[in-house]
Design a protein. Sequence first.
Lengths: 165, 444
Amino acid sequence: MESTVEIQFSEQELQTIENLKTRYLKPDSVILEVLYLIQEKYGYINQEGMKYAAELVGISEEQVFGVVTFYTMFNTKPIGKYHLQVCTNVSCMLRGAYELLEKLEKELNIKKGEISSDGLFTISEVECLGSCGTAPVVQINEDYYENLNEEKLLQIIKELRNKSL
Amino acid sequence: MSIKILLKDIPDYHKIEVYQQYGGYKTIKKALQKSPDEIIEEVKKSGLRGRGGACFPTGLKWSFMPRDKNIPKFLCINGDESEPGSFKDRQIFEFNPHQLIEGILISAYAIGAQTCYIYIRGEYVKWIRLMQKALDDAYAAGFVGEKMKETFGTDFYTNIYIHRGAGAYICGEESALMNSIEGHRGYPRVKPPFPAQYGLWGYPTTINNVETIANIPAIVENGGDWYASIGEPKHPGTLLFGVSGHVNKPGVYELPTGTLLTDIIYKYAGGIPGNKKIKCIIPGGTSMPPIRGDQIEGLKMDAESLRQVGSAIGTGGIIVMDEDTDLVKVLTRITEFYWHESCGQCTPCREGTGWMLKILKRILDGRGTSKDLDLLIDISNNIEGHTICAFGEATAWPVKFMIERFRDEFEARVNKSIVIDIPNKVHSMRNTVIPIDEIKINGN
């Protein structure tokens, strides 16, 4: 059973969305921003979230569902506090991304797409992050960690763990 | 003496006050005193070609826009930058955002767009913030938005907004980008009608790459003839070459078109680690046909020279692979990318990418046959040209050309024939490529 948290934006957030709508000919265009905000506040976007977004933007739930499932940056299921997104595309692969991914899975004792038992981490294998010149790269939530090697990555994991104690 | 137009060696050039110190936001003033047609002519004269991969002449693209002043017109700046091997636009967002903004203003004036959107890929949170900061500064200084009328003393003004994507490679395709801005799934549209006739919300729209537009102020300031004299005459200017993979100094290097590929790799990117030989080069992002390492001597990096060797300049993202690289693995990874990113509208692409991936994984597992290689080329031929957008070519080219150009390497990884020991005669005679362990026979 999913927990039923009521999705609700604050007055200020609602105002931000209304202001964004003025930038476009039709309100539909703000859907991505609305979904980002839901994800930021609630961690992921479930059916309730999609319903809320549809009402707020004034479009059908079907359209919202279509959008959420099309773009890879939206999570429809809960994830860990830190989303470790490992790029394994060619440039990163040539510089050891798969070895990093393997190391990460071993260190956290989870596979891609799973949440670590402490609820802190989720690992994803992602496509090119546009960081080929500083490969390999791992994006953790919004931040890029570039020019990584195993030691550096394990150090980062350690720091994130300490931060959450 | 190398010429720098986009990434100048000036400290803090990303700050509005430094940009202005070096003459920033003066070119837009100059441009507003000319007619839009004069600017389009100047850009045509410059020979500037799009930097997003298709190399379409920018001035010509602009001239498709209707001159009617009474309908809304839009300009979209494509900063979706998702082509594996490309990481150039983020350099502009980070180090030269105001030149991009000034370029947008001039371009918007030339085509008569009252609203401009900079579409930036969703993962680029840091660069969206940097760009937003620059945009806020430009608005505050009165260079963008309604205040332009006061600042420059003309009737023209335009607004610039950043639109954040959400992780879909296909949104870098111009018509998919428009659908994404409109709040839909990023499906490419059937063309014609072209965006200049039927673009955002059905109104005339032009879509240009970030790097293309960042060149505009320099062209208007110094003249089209000046720009046309840089680099190769048929593809003039400088390019942001992003070098990655097996090189000592990966990074983005701004160099004139026509620079030797060997110079880029050895002189600028520091050569290959361990002085190894080069096996394979992808010259412009993974969609572009790969080139053999023994064929790069004397090869110039520009659209025409690469076309002659059966490849293309793409986004200028050069991926270098040394002699120990497993090309079967590389091609499998590339194909996995296109399988993942196919939007799913066209059957050849949606089904073809998955099929090719299955075959490549089979070869990687050591269960492939020579026939599989021919089948891969056959599938890629059936995708190419049979899809709504150029994604079809993007997925077909690497497969087709990697196998054709490195056939020896692939042949070494497959079995020459496949023996299927099945009592059913019809089955055994069939020219099948189904791996043995996937075949199940009833009652046996």
